[in-house]
Design a protein around this ligand. Sequence first.
Ligand code: SAH
Length: 344
Amino acid sequence: MKRDIKSLSYEELNNETDALGLPKFKTKQIFEWLHKFGVGSFDEMTNISKDLRAKLADLFFISSCEIEQKYVSKLDGTVKYLFRLYDGEYVESVIMKYKYGYTICVSSQVGCKMGCTFCASTLAGFKRNLEAGEIESQLHSAQKDLNIRISNIVLMGIGEPLDNYENVIKFFYNVNNENGLNISMRSITVSTCGIVPRIYQFMEENLPVTLTISLHAPNDAIRSRTMPVNNKWGVDELLAACREYIKKTNRRVSFEYTLINNVNDTYECAKELSVKLKGMLCHVNLIPVNNVAERGNVKSSEENMHKFIHVLKKYGINATIRRTLGSDINASCGQLRRNRNEVR
Ligand code: SAH
């Protein structure tokens, strides 16, 4: 079977060109075509000979994300894509415009195994991991379609990035490569539901990527109700891993906390969370839950959200309420893929 050439790291590509007896600068040229320009075929590599293009096409294919559907928010210009992969599977990405540039929210897997009860990504089932090249293709397709340059990446689309560890790390190195998109690792955020051994592994990589933890509850009783992963690694174990991460990397950790009415938005929850996070180098992002039809969760009231953040701030904890973008296009991930699978 042919392999995806876009999913090779620079070193792996170099080994392949070595094996073909090519000079070093060919690696750079091919890498540029694939990663800087995001070409979809070997024929577009105009400074590569026809013979070599044919040879490469015999050995490899180039993964891509074809636009199946596109939605543009009338409220704030947020764009959401449903992308079709080479095997007919679908993933989603969202492009958001901020003052400092464009941010893409990418998917890391086709579906998700984690089973969080408020999330749409699990509903259509887990199919497979995305290869590094497929994660990156989401950027190429969006950049070409919108004629923009993306400056920030968040891995908060479909899937659990740390459950697709090797491919995600390779994706970081490839988008960061100066012969590719050249996006700083500091402009990348990876979000995890809390796979503790992977957090320890990730701190050893020592990458300046921002780590975000989907916490959503201050204790095991509440967290285990909505996040099955918590049965394996509880809140205290997760926070211990975060403290170690901060110690080791000197980097701030972010926590996502989705506020669900009367589930995790009470005064007691705010207080318990504050006590547990006090003194930690962290930031808490409060997010009003986005209701997914089947999930039946209700957003906290404005009043409860403000009360909640007030408690955190009293304890000296950095916290913000996240602005909602693209609310008219179901921009929270997982929803398009699920609808698509229903009509198939
Ligand atoms: N698997 C990773 C990344 C994907 S989810 C993780 O769990 O972190 C990205 C973020 O969106 C997570 O914090 C997730 O908990 C949150 N999320 C999922 N469904 C949501 C919903 N319906 N409303 C608000 N946030 C949601």
